[in-house]
Design a protein around this ligand. Structure first.
Ligand code: ZN
Length: 164
């Protein structure tokens, strides 16, 4: 069975920058593969283009430019936030204010965003709301490990169910 629209596709891969030099940014192994319904927007479009038509057991390797992936790094998405933002029930949540911590936040329009703390200062923290992979060309090297038909329920919900 090949990778095509509305099949449930499981893949393993290793993600590095550019043409595969440098450190591994993400590893998805066969113990816990990435399993999605293909062709309904669960993956980046350019990622799906590179997987379409592959057979089970076939290997892939390709690079997505930052434009095809998570966009350019945007300096305007680095924001200074007053510490009082993190006061809950009158108490500052000190334990969450450290460099590198990812914190789910909400903007004024109610959109959920995740910011990573890049600096903690006396009265404020600096948070980076860029996607962690923004500004990077992404090199994926991996294998298609399973392809099966999606069940009617999976297609209705738009996500994969455990099929045990
Ligand atoms: Zn469901």
């Amino acid at each position: 069975m090949k990778v095509e629209q509305k099949k449930v596709v499981s893949i393993t891969y290793e993600l590095r920058q550019n043409n595969g030099e440098g450190e591994v940014l993400e590893t998805v192994t066969s113990e816990n593969p990435l399993t999605v319904i293909f062709g309904i927007g669960n993956l980046l479009p350019a990622f799906e283009e590179n997987l379409g038509g592959l057979d089970v057991g076939e290997n892939f390797n390709f690079t997505l430019t930052s434009e095809q992936a998570y966009g350019e790094y945007n300096d305007n998405a680095v924001i200074t936030v007053p510490k009082e933002t993190f006061v809950v029930d009158g108490k500052l949540q000190e334990e969450m204010l450290y460099e590198g911590n990812s914190i789910p936040m909400m903007d004024e329009q109610g959109n959920k965003l995740t910011g990573v703390i890049t600096s903690v200062q006396d009265n404020q923290v600096v948070m980076d709301f860029n996607h962690p992979l923004a500004g990077m060309n992404l090199y994926f090297k991996g294998e298609v490990v399973e392809v099966r038909d999606a069940t009617p329920g999976e297609l209705e919900h738009g996500h994969v169910h455990d099929h045990e």
